[in-house]
Write a protein that binds this ligand. Structure first.
Ligand SMILES: Nc1nc2c(ncn2[C@@H]2O[C@H](COP(=O)(O)OP(=O)(O)OP(=O)(O)O)[C@@H](O)[C@H]2O)c(=O)[nH]1
Ligand SMILES: [Mg+2]
Length: 281
């Protein structure tokens, strides 16, 4: 299953980010709370090695609460600062204070030197994790373009937050070769890879297998179908229940697959996290 996606604009963004790096004081790295490690871009670790970093597990409104807590602890140990957030459900307070905390020592250092400089905060991460939504939540207006598909933001963009702070929105960045298929599947299931390049039928069968393991009742509850270990049979039952039929009376698997994937991404199957820190021990 080929779900590698590294178009030219990502390579260009990586280059541009490298050029702008000396201007950045704080880096907010956004991951998807439903797959917090798989949606963390390892390239950013090296780019941002010397910066004050903070990991934001966004879309936590769609994730399992217990798992989110474990992941916040994991990232706190790893990077010092991490928090769960929802750009669509939370007020900006928790995130704002975390950014202010990260900025405070830098502001003080400038002040001690008699300088009154703007602190620049980069918001970075893979496509569609909610970077622009987070910026909009922080500034309280739609200063950055958002959209329910990956690859919306093109080019780096500064958005002023206050007289002291400036935020930089950046296009989602994947990396040239996603190591494991397991990670690629979770990235795809979180909506971070362009749909057009994927085999949605195959992806939906993988989702059914994962759900059978992690949340065995989710599909049964949502679609009123019988539990079945066979993914294809399950997809068929979903099509049957929803009346997804083609003219010749065959099942419209494509429509079934797309519906299942969209409803999972939209949180309609429940708050489900696809990986746990213990999976990686
Ligand atoms: N449920 C939920 N949806 C969110 C959250 N944050 C963002 N979204 C939605 O996720 C989609 C992507 O958000 P964007 O802010 O455009 O994501 P991005 O990371 O800037 O994406 P690119 O610019 O394409 O890299 C939009 O439809 C948002 O409304 C969240 O916390 N919870
Ligand atoms: Mg964006």
């Amino acid at each position: 299953m080929n779900i590698q996606w590294y178009p030219g604009h990502m390579a260009k963004t990586k280059r541009l980010l490298g050029d702008k790096l000396k201007l950045i004081n704080v880096a907010v790295i956004v991951v998807d709370a439903r797959a917090p490690l798989s949606t963390f871009n390892p390239d950013l670790k090296s780019i941002l090695a010397e910066k004050a970093c903070m990991i934001v597990l966004n879309k936590c409104d769609l994730a399992d609460e217990t798992q989110t807590k474990l992941w916040v602890e994991y990232y706190k140990k790893e990077y010092g600062s991490a928090l769960a957030f929802s750009a669509t459900q939370f007020k900006k307070g928790v995130l704002m204070s975390a950014i202010n905390n990260a900025a405070a020592p830098i502001i003080k250092r400038y002040k001690d030197k008699g300088m009154n400089k703007t602190i620049r905060v980069l918001v970075s991460g893979i496509p569609n994790v909610g970077k622009s939504a987070i910026i909009n939540r922080l500034v309280g207006r739609k200063g950055a373009k958002e959209g329910n598909k990956p690859g919306v933001t093109r080019g780096l963009q500064w958005v002023r937050l206050s007289d002291k702070l400036e935020l930089m929105d950046s296009p989602g960045l994947l990396w040239p070769k996603i190591g494991s298929e397991d990670a690629a599947v979770k990235i795809a299931l979180s909506g971070c890879i362009k749909q057009e390049i994927m085999d949605l039928g195959e992806l939906s069968l993988k989702l059914i297998d994962i759900l059978n393991r992690l949340a065995p009742d989710a599909i049964v509850k949502r679609y009123g179908v019988e539990r079945n270990e066979n993914a294809l049979a399950t997809l068929e039952s979903i099509c049957k229940k929803r009346g997804f039929l083609l003219k010749q009376g065959e099942y419209d698997f494509e429509r079934g697959a797309k519906t299942l994937l969209d409803e999972f991404k939209g949180g309609r199957l429940g708050k489900i996290t696809l990986e746990s820190p213990t999976d990686f021990e």
